[in-house]
Design a binder for this molecule. Structure first.
Ligand code: ADP
Ligand code: MG
Length: 262
């Protein structure tokens, strides 16, 4: 793993809505092949940061580079990232009137209309199995599935175009602890087997301890630290100390160390 190579470089980003400054002078590096966890209190701008990095929102200042491509400022308006990044949004909504397979095929249909129906169906089946689902699930409607299965379908859709970077916004929110643990295992296996880089916003301390190589903390309008968890936990910052030092943080850390000892 060439962990030192940056696949995402964010410098000096400023985002504000009216007079409400969300990000000021925000820097972030994401390295190739890592699972980076993005944490921060509610409303600190985690989702806005994700949307800004993938080019869905233009910041008021700063520079953003993904895989050597300039996302912002993008003077030539020619940056096409569709084939390189996969997105799983916070609500993760599937199209309810389409079958599961049609949902997974949607990005293919949109960006690669030249692909035949037969091939698109094969690709959808493959992505569903990569996401830990039986290919036969493809014929079902989203409403027939459990919440955990719907998340997996959304993940299969995010992987439809063989991305190099996956962006996940709170992927385990709403799952029970067992469903969340299984989803975490899946994320790790995708990184290990496909060499994906994974940018994951999460509130879930268990996920952070299980999955993440590094954790970036959003507070005070910027990334206050981006480091392995062992370093983040020791960082002298009120929100971080409350978050990791609180009872939930200690329980998640305890669960991780007993697993490592076992
Ligand atoms: N389109 C928008 N218009 C106005 N304010 C917004 C918009 N999107 C986000 N915000 C504000 O930006 C802040 C950060 O939002 P968000 O990134 O969604 O937070 P979170 O860290 O919980 O994901 C919040 O105060 C939110 O109200
Ligand atoms: Mg959010």
């Amino acid at each position: 793993m060439s962990t030192q190579e940056n696949v995402i470089t964010v410098r000096g980003v400023h985002n504000q809505f009216g007079s409400h400054v969300v990000h000021h002078d925000l820097d972030l590096d994401v390295r190739s092949g890592e699972i980076i966890g993005i944490v921060g209190g509610s409303g600190t701008g985690k989702s806005v940061l994700l949307r800004t990095i993938v080019g869905l929102r233009k910041p008021q200042a700063g520079t953003i580079n993904i895989l050597g491509k300039e996302i912002f400022p993008n003077e030539h308006h020619d940056t096409d990232l569709n084939d390189e990044i996969g997105l799983l949004f916070q609500d993760g909504a599937l199209f309810s009137s389409m079958t599961v397979a049609e949902n997974v095929m949607a990005p293919l249909r949109e960006h690669h209309p030249e692909i035949s129906d037969k091939l698109a169906e094969e690709i959808a089946g493959m992505k569903l199995s990569l996401s830990g689902l039986d290919e036969s699930v493809g014929m079902k409607m989203p409403s027939d599935l459990s919440g955990g299965m719907r998340k997996r379908v959304a993940l299969a859709r995010a992987m439809a175009l063989d991305p190099r970077i996956l962006f996940l916004d709170e992927p385990t929110a709403g799952l029970d602890p067992i469903g969340a643990a299984k989803f975490d295992e899946l994320i790790i296996s995708l990184r290990d087997n496909l060499g994906l880089t994974i940018f994951m916003i999460t509130h879930d301390l268990d996920s952070l301890y299980r999955d993440c190589d590094r954790v970036a903390v959003l507070a005070d309008k910027h990334v206050v630290i981006n480091a392995p968890l062992s370093e983040v936990e020791r960082f002298d910052h009120d929100w971080i100390q409350d978050y990791f030092g609180g009872p939930r943080g200690r329980a998640a850390e305890g669960a991780m160390s007993s697993r490592l000892e076992a």
